[in-house]
Write a protein that binds this ligand. Structure first.
Ligand SMILES: *[C@@H]1O[C@H](CO)[C@@H](O)[C@H](O)[C@H]1NC(C)=O
Length: 361
């Protein structure tokens, strides 16, 4: 009950707040790297089948459909609201120029992964390495427009949020008919490949000047409607083998955070335990007001998870009672739980410190 009340408060105040873009932000900017969980419309400008700029996506967003893969705001919208930031614009949007980039830029791209080839059957997408190159483009723009401000200090105070890895499983490793990775790597070896590539790009961002990093782990993908809808899934159960596969990546990412905090005294890295927080919502749905955790609000077939949310499909009306919006993505209310626990949670939710503490550094 208390949790649900806090959630409704976040959902209500922050919408008006973010629209007005007032207040004093806790950090100068937020730079977002990732996949569809945090894409705010980059793929609208790419030649991709992974798009969400049509109704009913955005049914609860003040501007309607925008390319966000949920009914309302996504995790970084809500995190931005908690940090007092206005909406962070999509890099690929031609309007993302001038003073609009000063509060940060979002590079996230649906179907994108840590590996360049991940998600290629969807068409164009910004992979992690391309997102880092795009950040360098922003840096060139920032250098010419910082005026009297010190770019080094601005970057050091800003927060980088990285949300990667889900597609390297869903749209690569778990698709052996299209991608060879499963023939080459066993699950721990694949996780270590991802971690090595991830580490290289994180250090590249550090060398450019970012100093505050929030790295999200992968959620329990075996429990999303898309996986529950697979022919291998036992009725009413998650795909346990898929969930188990993610352990090496999530534990490795947390270890990387510990290691980098020790190695880089000038920077702070935190690990967001998405697996644990989503697991709480799945295990104790009543605490969050969820009535449906195994089926998508918008979708078709078994668990409404066989196909993603298609144009003009009528979604469920009680969206605050659903954990999943479509076959892959949480509802706005579930995103609010994830954002709130990352911002304000215990070290079990966000390690070793939460985003509110990270912002204060
Ligand atoms: C910006 O700040 C950094 C760190 O405080 C300092 O080393 C550097 O000299 C400053 N640069 C300018 C152009 O003032």
């Amino acid at each position: 009950m208390a949790v649900a009340l806090v959630l409704m408060m976040i959902l209500q105040w922050s919408d008006a707040y973010q629209e007005a873009a007032v207040g004093s932000p806790q950090v100068p900017a937020m730079f977002v790297f990732g996949d569809s969980l945090v894409d705010v419309g980059n793929n609208n400008f790419l030649s991709s089948f992974a798009r969400a700029n049509y109704y009913p996506y955005g049914i609860d967003f003040s501007g309607g459909p925008t390319g966000r893969f949920t009914n309302g705001r996504n995790i970084v919208d809500l995190l931005g609201a908690l940090l007092g930031l206005p909406y962070v614009p999509a890099f690929a949007d031609p309007n993302t120029v001038g003073a609009r980039i000063l509060g940060g830029v979002n590079y996230a791209s649906a179907a994108g992964g840590i590996l360049d080839e991940t998600g290629q059957h969807y068409g164009e997408r910004y992979s992690l390495s391309q997102q880092v190159l795009n950040f360098e483009t922003t840096m060139n723009q920032l250098r010419t427009m910082m005026g009297g401000r010190n770019l080094t200090q601005y970057l050091a105070k800003s927060i980088a949020v990285l949300v990667f890895g889900s597609n390297d499983y869903l749209n690569n490793y778990l698709m052996p008919s299209l991608y060879p990775s499963r023939d080459i790597y066993n699950p721990p070896a694949f996780a270590n490949l991802l971690l090595n590539r991830y580490a290289t790009q994180i250090l590249a961002l550090h060398s450019i000047g970012l100093r505050k990093f929030a790295l999200a782990g992968i959620g329990p993908l075996g429990c999303i409607p898309n996986q529950r809808a697979s022919s291998r899934a036992p009725e009413g159960r998650c795909m346990d083998d898929v969930n188990q596969m993610l352990g090496t990546f999530n534990e490795g990412l947390k270890s990387m955070v510990k290691q980098y905090n020790a190695d880089h005294q000038d920077a702070t890295f935190v690990f967001g335990n998405v697996y644990g927080v989503l697991g709480d919502m799945l295990n104790t749905p009543d605490n969050y007001g969820f009535k449906v955790i195994d089926s998508a609000c918008c979708g078709i077939g078994r668990n409404q998870g066989q196909i993603t949310c298609l144009p003009l499909v009528v979604p469920c009306s009680n969206r605050n009672q659903y954990l999943f919006w479509d076959a892959f993505h949480p509802t706005e209310v579930a995103n609010a739980v994830l954002a709130w626990r990352a911002y304000n949670g215990s070290p079990n939710d966000c390690y070793p410190i939460n985003i509110e503490q990270l912002a204060l550094i």
